[in-house]
Design a protein around this ligand. Structure first.
Ligand code: CMC
Length: 428
């Protein structure tokens, strides 16, 4: 293939370099488009055709169903690694040695206490507040408690900010749950692993000795790995773009949490369970819901189906489907919602509407079923996603700052009113 793309406008030809990624992905580098054409831009709502950056963190091939963090396949990582090791890999680029891993964990633990005054902020929220709103607010509030901005040219400063948020975030996430349940806040136990400690912070009761269940710890750890990064999705792009204004790490992450909350993104895991339960309540007739999803006049969409990038299958969904069945078996749970999910998926996968649009179950289709089996309440599902995605957001934010990317500032094609004269109120 030639390494130049030619654009012809009004008989004038402009040349742009064709650039190739390490996995042979090809992009037309249009950095000079506006300047050489005298102001012409590209129009690409939803950025469906736009590579917003060059990145070394995650490779995804939506057609082939490939997902790799720093070159390692998601299947291998989910099988052989653990969440904290994956976090290190994503953020720093290499798997840690035993010493690096232990130090990373110790450093995270050292920062895991949250200023007691954060509790006052938490107290101000109603018990009914959605945990994602609370989590976003508390993460942003961390900036106020840690006002010194990170010196991104100092690796040490950057490292300190990273371990700090990895330490405090699970505390905040667990507290959002305990607040809603009216439970006393819990500080965890530094003798436990990262995921196990998070579960203790969520579920320990003041009048009972907390005993963790290895099946639950392992299943949650796997889910966190599967959610840890997904290249330039909506929340990650948000984190990068907020950070590109040189806003701090915690403020950028808080914005990412808000982006993740939406039902078309991370909020889909909650929406899936709510949908499956509604189908169950309605007598289990999933065909009716398939028809609703296909009806152009009905805004209903089959939640947990379809993906902007995966047009074949979502490799995370494959792993989670198997894990969901294992967890339910191990815990001896018979969840009728899993049967509805399986039935719905089977019908949809054989339906022309879904087949022709390449709509397959995505990661969120089965993750809610596992979360439910683990005893995690529905409004907390997206918080689990945020906990998993945290290392990815951090890795992408760090990469963006280290690459000294310019402030994110897209253009637009203005289609509003052209200039007109102001009309006084009495004449309108
Ligand atoms: N149910 C029914 N029809 C759908 C669905 C669905 N879930 N998803 C897409 N379609 C149809 C859509 O109506 C359109 O049809 P037509 O071509 O006739 O107009 C076609 O498929 C293409 O859809 P699109 O909206 O242009 O695709 P997109 O790439 O902009 O949207 C999506 C991707 C994930 C937002 C969308 O598939 C969706 O809303 N899915 C349900 C929500 C969901 O499960 N989100 C979680 C995504 S995975 C977790 C994450 O990474 O955030």
């Amino acid at each position: 293939m030639s390494n130049i793309a030619i654009l012809e406008i009004d008989g004038k030809k402009y040349e742009f370099p064709i650039v190739k990624g390490t996995e042979n992905e090809i992009a037309i580098d249009i950095k000079t488009l506006r300047s050489v054409t005298g102001g012409i831009t590209t129009l690409d709502p939803g950025y469906k055709n736009t590579s917003s950056c060059e990145s070394e963190v995650t490779f995804l091939d939506g057609e082939k169903g490939i997902l790799r963090y720093r070159g390692y396949s998601i299947e291998e990582l989910a099988d052989k690694s653990d969440f904290l090791e994956v976090a290190y890999l994503l953020i720093f680029g290499e798997l840690p040695s035993k010493e690096q891993n232990e130090k990373f964990h110790r450093d995270i633990q050292k920062t895991a206490l949250v200023d007691e005054d954060v509790k006052k902020i938490l107290d101000g929220f109603p018990k009914t507040a959605h945990p994602m709103g609370v989590l976003s607010a508390l993460t942003s509030a961390l900036t106020a408690f840690n006002p010194k901005s990170v010196n991104v040219s100092s690796e040490e400063d950057m490292y300190k900010a990273i371990v700090k948020i990895l330490g405090k975030f699970p505390v905040l996430a667990a507290w959002t749950y305990r607040k809603g349940e009216g439970l006393p806040l819990e500080y965890g136990d530094n003798s436990l692993g990262y995921t196990e400690n998070f579960l203790k912070m969520m579920f320990a009761l003041p009048n009972e000795r907390y005993v963790s269940n290895p099946v639950i710890v392992e299943a949650l750890d796997k889910l966190l790995i599967l959610h840890a990064d997904h290249e330039q999705n909506c929340s990650t792009s948000t984190v990068r773009i907020v950070g590109s204004s040189h806003a701090g790490l915690f403020a950028s992450l808080s914005a990412g949490i808000s982006a993740l909350w939406g039902p078309l993104h991370g909020g889909a895991n909650q929406a899936v369970i709510e949908m499956l339960e509604a189908i169950k309540e309605d007598g289990g007739d999933y065909q009716k819901y398939i028809e609703k999803a296909k009806d152009k006049d009905d805004p209903f969409r089959l939640m947990g189906f379809g993906h902007r990038v995966y047009k074949n299958f979502d490799p995370r969904a494959k792993i989670i489907k198997v894990a969901a069945e294992e967890v339910l078996n191990d815990l001896g749970i018979d969840d009728p919602v899993l049967d509805i999910a399986k039935g719905l998926a089977e019908v949809a996968l054989n339906d022309e509407y879904f087949k022709s649009r390449n709509l397959y179950p995505n990661v969120d289709f089965y993750s809610g079923i596992i979360y439910r089996a683990l005893g995690i309440p529905t409004p907390m599902f997206t918080v689990m996603f945020a906990l998993g995605r945290l290392p990815g957001w951090i890795a992408q934010w760090r990469e963006m700052r280290l690459r000294k990317e310019p402030i994110g500032r897209p253009r637009q094609l203005y289609v509003g009113a052209t200039e007109r004269l102001f009309v006084k109120e009495e004449n309108r």
